[in-house]
Write a protein that binds this ligand. Structure first.
Ligand code: FAD
Ligand code: UDP
Length: 376
């Protein structure tokens, strides 16, 4: 087999997983990242003042049903049990999320059992909506106006910067609605936190003699000619020099503050009221309950429109973006010598487990194509 010289643009999960697989297959892998650290948006760092391991780009909880992906991450880091239990503050009270029997009983001052709660919520729901298309219709159909106004309307306005009537129902479908006291945010079989953080996990993935990593290195297209193939996990529109315009994203600002002790008693507290300018507060030490820290570091999280110099976080995917995306996807099909991978280059919201799954699948296809002497 002829050894290929490969470039991964991005040292996040996509670049690291593909790079590792192809390095193991005998290829020479160079990974560049514009940032001064590995692990992309999953990056974590030890806060110098408090000693807490901080999720630099917002809270990341690993959850999956994919056995191979679960085995993969466990081979690179010790995963300790962690259940994401989110609270929300609304109209001066604290409730449990996702909406579950406790939330319903607290909110309505009731002591309903599961079947009673189901029947009760059905009386609140707008049953005239038969096939909800928008976020708002999905909420009104399944939880009704009161819970929608308290927990979803204000939060979503802040998070997405537009009215929930303009957003697709699929965004809300990500959240479960439960008529029992299960307050686990996710439904997956496996859920956990890496003992030493995601950066340590990615460091282990990158630890292979066939891989070299260059940080603080921004990729430009003229570098591609020095390699047999490029795996690109940067923004799709960036590859094409934004020739059709910029795909819309939301970016996040994090306002750091510290506290002597325990500030909020949980890892994530959401804020449902529109008047509170931030969407949530993350208290990072609660993501690692096996560590002990007297002092606490917290992030207030603000969402806003992403400018050209901001970090893109959430793809918006409204009508404009979908049309522009179609144009870029069409161009991408004709590009030779490059594979577009990961959340930015495919302009999708991807959880970590899906990112790893797609990276493994992509790396296997590439390995096969290179072994057969073909190109991708
Ligand atoms: P990224 O992590 O974005 O990595 C891409 C890398 O490419 C970056 O490091 C970037 O600097 C680099 N790059 C881009 N362009 C260039 C260029 N031109 N030159 C050089 N380098 C470049 N998933 C979960 O499973 N659970 C969660 O709880 C969760 N929480 C999240 C919370 C937030 C706020 C967000 C935004 C995402 C969350 N995710 C979560 C998703 C998770 O962050 C992604 O699955 C993962 O980061 C995708 O990895 P990636 O390698 O595709 O992209
Ligand atoms: N959401 C909300 N209130 C909350 C939590 C979530 O209105 O307290 C909405 C919000 O629009 C969010 C969507 O539900 O984008 C999906 O929630 P998830 O926790 O998956 O949020 P994301 O990953 O988008 O931050």
């Amino acid at each position: 087999m002829a050894q290929k010289s490969l470039l991964m643009v991005g040292a996040g999960l996509s670049g690291a997983v593909i790079g590792r697989h192809l390095a193991e297959a005998g290829h020479k892998v160079h990974i560049v990242d514009a940032r001064d650290h590995i692990a992309g948006n999953c990056h974590m760092y030890r806060d110098a003042e408090t000693g807490v391991n901080v999720h630099a780009y917002g809270p990341h909880i690993f959850h999956t049903d994919d056995e191979e992906v679960w085995a993969y991450v466990n081979a690179h880091e010790v995963f300790l049990p962690f259940k994401n239990r989110v609270k929300t503050t609304s109209q001066g009270r604290v409730y449990s999320l996702p909406v579950n029997l406790h939330t319903i009983n607290q909110f309505f001052g009731e002591t309903l059992r599961p079947d009673e709660a189901k029947a009760f919520i059905e009386t609140k729901a707008d049953t005239s909506i038969t096939d909800p298309q928008t976020f708002e219709d999905q909420a009104l159909r399944f939880v009704g106006r009161d819970l929608y106004d308290a927990f979803f309307r204000g939060y979503t306005l802040k998070q997405w910067g537009c009215d929930p009537t303009e957003l697709p129902a699929s965004i809300l479908k990500r959240l479960p609605l439960r008529f029992n006291y299960d307050d686990n945010y996710f439904n997956h079989r496996h859920q956990g936190m890496p003992q030493n953080g995601y950066t340590a996990m990615v460091e282990s993935i990158l630890n292979h003699p066939g891989i070299t990593v260059s940080l603080n290195t921004r990729f430009s297209r003229d570098q591609a000619k020095d390699y047999d193939h490029v795996f690109y996990s940067g923004p799709l529109d960036g590859w094409f020099d934004y020739e059709l315009g910029r795909l819309g994203y939301r970016t996040l600002d994090f306002e750091r503050f510290t506290y002597e002790g325990d500030y909020q008693g949980c890892a994530v507290m959401n804020y449902g009221d529109e008047e509170v300018p931030y969407t949530r507060i993350t208290e990072h030490k609660h993501f690692a309950p096996w560590e002990s820290h007297a002092k606490s570091v917290l992030y207030r999280e603000f969402s806003r429109e992403c400018g050209p110099d901001d970090i893109p976080y959430y793809p918006i995917r409204l009508v404009n973006e979908k049309a522009m995306l179609g144009g870029y996807v069409e161009r991408a099909k004709w590009e030779k010598g490059v594979t577009f991978v990961g959340r930015l280059a495919t302009y999708r919201y991807l959880d970590m487990d899906v990112t790893i799954r797609e990276a493994l699948d992509c790396a296997r296809l590439a390995e096969k194509a290179f072994a057969e002497g073909g190109v991708m």
